[in-house]
Design a protein around this ligand. Structure first.
Ligand SMILES: Nc1ncnc2c1ncn2[C@@H]1O[C@H](COP(=O)(O)OP(=O)(O)OP(=O)(O)O)[C@@H](O)[C@H]1O
Ligand SMILES: [Mg+2]
Length: 277
């Protein structure tokens, strides 16, 4: 049984053509899943099905094997935490601290646990100093961090992040990536995220779905997806920096092994230049 599974999921906004057209998506436990696609591909629309905000026009979505119903939607929202693309949609409490505490309080946790989770989430997102601030007076990137902290504090089993790095500064991105990698070691949490920053994808994802015009046009591991250069170009996506550079060098006859992450690329270059002055 998968944590999240969609079967031929279609969705149309009222009066519009299909925003999702036959999506078959699976999220297993402890996976890091990237959903890529150009503007309007359907990523946010798909994510809004994962906790019952949207209902499929046809097809189905199963959470732990069960459809989302009025009776279980509260449970589903504890299980699947979503950070929307626009942080303004999510932040509403009078202070940052209260905002991050909102989810854990609703879970009915005791005060000490709530306090601990809020501190931890503020720390992970590097926003302890914003705790007393009014969320609506924060910058875009600060709001984004607050929204992500709010979801982290819920400790959902599936964390869905729609464009989590958009608007974050380099340190913010670094901290978020570190948190997601640490999660893999420390808990079984599954992370599903969308991004336009393809170079970040190999650093985090172990599986990728590529969407275009409401459909899934490619899926697979980092190596499987990012080797399909022509397909990616046809759906207005780029290949990450390292494989792009290495492919170009290989075409010039320089023997560097293919690599996708910083670590792999460093190793490949050291190997290629070993023994050369
Ligand atoms: N509220 C809405 N009413 C009508 N159509 C909508 C609405 N929201 C989105 N759409 C349309 O649905 C399609 C998918 O939009 P969606 O927001 O899911 O794309 P996305 O992949 O998240 O894009 P982006 O990268 O820009 O965030 C687009 O064609 C969009 O114009
Ligand atoms: Mg979107």
């Amino acid at each position: 049984m998968h944590l999240i599974e969609t079967r031929d999921l279609c969705y149309s906004y009222s009066g519009s053509s299909r925003a999702l057209d036959g999506i078959n998506f699976i999220a297993p436990r402890n996976a890091r899943i990237a959903v890529l696609g150009s503007n309007g591909a359907g990523k946010s629309t798909l994510f809004k099905h994962f906790n019952g905000i949207f209902k499929p026009t046809s097809g189905s979505i199963l959470i732990r094997g069960e459809p989302i119903t009025k009776q279980n939607v509260r449970e589903v929202r504890k299980f699947v935490g979503i950070v929307f693309q626009n942080a303004d949609d999510q932040i509403f409490a009078p202070t940052v601290e209260l905002d991050v505490a909102f989810g854990p309080t609703n879970l009915g946790l005791d005060e000490e646990t709530i306090h601990h989770r809020v501190r931890e989430a503020l720390h992970i997102m590097g926003i302890e100093d914003l705790a007393g601030r009014v969320p609506h007076h924060l910058s875009g990137g600060e709001k984004k961090r607050v929204a992500i902290a709010g979801a982290i504090a819920m400790e959902p089993e599936v964390l869905v992040l729609d464009e989590p790095t958009a608007g974050l500064d380099p340190k913010g991105i670094h901290d978020l990536l570190g948190f997601i990698s640490d999660l893999k070691k420390s808990s079984g949490m599954t992370v599903i995220f969308s991004t336009h920053d393809v170079s970040l994808v190999p650093e985090i994802a172990d599986y990728i779905y590529v969407m275009s015009k409401g459909r899934i046009v490619a899926q697979g591991t980092v190596a499987e997806v990012f080797s399909q250069t022509e397909l990616l170009k046809s759906v207005r996506l780029d290949v990450p920096h390292y494989p792009k550079l290495i492919k170009s060098l290989q075409e010039k006859g320089i023997p560097v092994s293919m690599a996708f992450t910083f670590e792999e690329a460093e190793k490949a270059f050291l190997e290629a230049f070993k023994g050369r002055s």
